[in-house]
Structure formats: structure tokens, C-alpha cells
Design a protein around this ligand. Sequence first.
Ligand code: AMP
Length: 282
Amino acid sequence: MKILRTKKEVSTFVNIIKKTNKSLGYVPTMGALHQGHGSLIEQSVSENNYTLVSIFVNPTQFDNATDLNKYPRTLDNDVTLIERISGDIIIFAPKANELYDSKIVSKNYYFDGLEYEMEGKHRAGHFDGVGTILDIFFSLIQPNKAYFGEKDFQQLQIVKKLVAKYNLDVTIIGCPIFREASGLAMSSRNERLSKNSRKEAAFIYKTLLKAKEKFGTKSAIKVEEWVTDQFAKNKHFNLEYVSIANVDTLKPVKRKSKNKKYRIFIAAFIDNIRLIDNIALN
Ligand code: AMP
């Protein structure tokens, strides 16, 4: 298993691949890998000659120092998970100052307003941090395809926007959400939940499914109200937001249209841990 630590090592590897005309798939992660990440990595391995996985907890996309400090870092386990998929995968696990030099700051981006909705409203500067780090990774790694989970659907749409706006030569592939048996979306943050909270957390997905059913006959606003009410009644959770939004603009739906695609998005706290999830409604 090859673990690269420096930009120079990555450039050397990329230059060799580019000379052979082989394809390179890229899966950016923040580590603490689970089967959700594994599914992205497997898809990349099946579609490309080479796959590179980056493991980097990007400081500029956190708006909260505690969340950044508590973010699980489990490189040895991550390497084992990746090795089980294939011993040929290349891991890039740099330190922050390797990527950011001396100043760990974001650039400013305009993603045509996608960044103002949902996560953007509640996590100041988050998508500037995501844009900044992906700019760095994409220009260094030059992948043919890059894989992102629908778990972070807003991020997926923003990455597609970044690539379109800046004319980047990479195809963005969106991958379905991988769930625990209970329906809870897999997340590195689930590791921080108590056993009981992890069981309770399946409530998010159950509520999303019921909301989807209701969306067949009720307005978006009514369904959002119903979800808000369900969370208010659940003593384990604090709902941060629920939004039924158009998948392209991410703006809340006012009036449903048969020709448009919608998803429902939730962010909620349990045990002071913030979980997000979403599903397609039509
Ligand atoms: P993260 O390490 O949380 O930054 O996630 C790295 C990538 O894995 C992102 O594109 C996520 O959307 C994706 N991902 C995280 N959890 C899941 C999941 N449960 N199913 C599918 N993809 C996921």
C-alpha cells in the first residue's frame, strides 16, 4: 500500500500515469472511513486504471474548532479498509501545512447562490473551504473522474458548479448514500454517538421516508411543518433545518412542478453531534 505525504510525491506519481495514458479516479475524504466511503472507492476502482484516495481533515471547512478537534482521525484503520478493497490504491495523507503553506485560509467563491442554502446558512465559510481544498487537490492530482457522495448532496452540486465555472477537466460522479442496517446514513460522526443515540438516530431516515410519502399529496411547506413537529416531539433531537428543495437550485420549493426534481434535506443534533441526511422525493 502506497501512502504519499507530499505534493512532490503526488506529482511524480501523476506524471507517470499521465505518460501512460491510463485513467485516474480520485476519492477525496476526511478519513475515519466507513462503508459509505468504501462504496465510492470501489466505484472508482471499477471505472479507472488507478485510484487515489486523499485522507485529510480540511481545517478551512470547519466553522467550529471543537468539531474540528473532535473529528475522528483513524489512519491505521483507514489504510486497512482501503487495503481490503485493493492493495493498488494510492493514499494521499498530507499535513495541513503541506497543502496550505503557512496560511490556512480559504479563497472566496461564488457558486451562483448554491452556497447560500442549507449547510451554507448554518456553517459559515464551509463551502469556501471545500472549494479551496478541492482546487488544490484537483490541480495537483488531475483526476479523470472524482467521486462524491449524495450524502453531502449540496457539496456534490457545488463541486459540479466549481468544475463547470472554472472549466476544470474532471468528471464529477455522484454516488448513492450508503446506510447502516437501521437506515441511518453512514457518517464518520456516527462513531461519536452513544450506543443508544445511534439507535435513536435511525429516526432521521424514518422521518424522511414518511415525509416522502406525504409529499405525494401535501405541499412542501406542510411536509416541512410536519417534519419540524416530529422532531419537536422527539426528546433526543434538536432539528437545525428541514428543507424541501429543487435539486438544481437547492432553493426551497414554493409550488411543486411535475417537471422538476426535489429532495428533502435534514440537519439535526443528537448528543450534540450534528448529522445530515437527504433523500430524493420524485
Ligand atoms: P467525508 O470524509 O465525510 O468528507 O466524505 C468523503 C466523501 O464520502 C464525500 O463525498 C461524502 O459525501 C461521501 N460519503 C460520506 N458518507 C457517505 C455515505 N454514507 N454514503 C455515500 N457516500 C458518503
